[in-house]
Design a protein around this ligand. Structure first.
Ligand code: SF4
Ligand code: SF4
Length: 223
């Protein structure tokens, strides 16, 4: 190595070092974008569309909208959902199939969202709760209807419409007066307009064309 090459490589190294320090210095004062999890758990912002785990939607009174139709179970591509049903007796003496247990295996879910999309009553949704790690796989099998099942009271059948108005009064006992013996004089019928008179007799046939007789005088001259 010549002395020129030595100093050239030395300056190249120094230049590279200064470039690297420049990038480091710039990032030192730039606002940080990394999340300091779990220290920032309370202020962590997770996208609403993030699919963490399937869950039931309960209203304020503790009712859910699942009608146990099993549509989600049939549409799940890997058997993650199991809808267990039971028959109950209603107040009106009829029987009804209702949900008993809604089992969901988070360990096999692929978060494809097909179950949510095909539910006819919008009874389920995905929560964006991402902290789902556990130590035992069995814990990942969850019963989503965790509240006691409540059956909404069956609405009373609609009352029948009031009876129709009373039948029309019976025929009057007294028959209407008998027809008069003599029929009233009929109104003179308005004379029908006489048919248009036939056109007068057809015009006489045109006289046959006859040869006009030659004047006599002419005939005599010719003689
Ligand atoms: S998200 Fe997909 S895989 Fe998971 S339970 Fe629903 S249908 Fe099944
Ligand atoms: S969650 Fe929806 S699709 Fe599944 S059984 Fe209930 S009503 Fe049917």
């Amino acid at each position: 190595m010549t002395i020129t090459e030595y100093f050239s490589s030395l300056f190249k190294g120094l230049h590279s070092l200064i470039k690297g320090m420049e990038v480091t210095g710039k990032e030192l004062v730039t606002k940080k974008v990394t999340e300091q999890y779990p220290e920032n758990r309370d202020t962590l912002q997770i996208s609403k569309r993030f699919r963490g785990t399937l869950q039931f939607i309960y209203d304020d009174e503790g009712y859910h909208k699942c009608i146990a139709c099993k549509s989600c179970e049939r549409n799940c591509p890997n058997g993650t959902i199991q809808v267990i049903t039971k028959m109950i007796d209603l107040d009106n003496g009829k029987k009804k199939m209702v949900l008993d247990k809604y089992m969901y295996d988070l360990g096999s879910c692929t978060f494809c969202d097909l179950c949510v999309l095909t539910c006819p009553t919008n009874a389920i949704e995905f929560s964006n709760d991402f902290e789902q790690s556990v130590f035992r796989r069995e814990v990942l099998l969850k019963q989503l209807n965790y509240l006691p099942e409540k059956i909404k009271p069956t609405p009373a059948p609609a009352t029948k419409p009031a009876a129709p108005a009373a039948a029309p009064a019976a025929k009057p006992a007294v028959e209407p007066a008998a027809k008069p013996a003599v029929e009233p004089e009929k109104k003179e019928a308005t004379p029908e307009p006489a048919p248009a008179a036939k056109p007068a007799a057809e015009p006489a046939a045109e006289p046959e064309a006859t040869q006009a007789p030659q004047p006599e005088s002419e005939n005599n001259e010719n003689k």
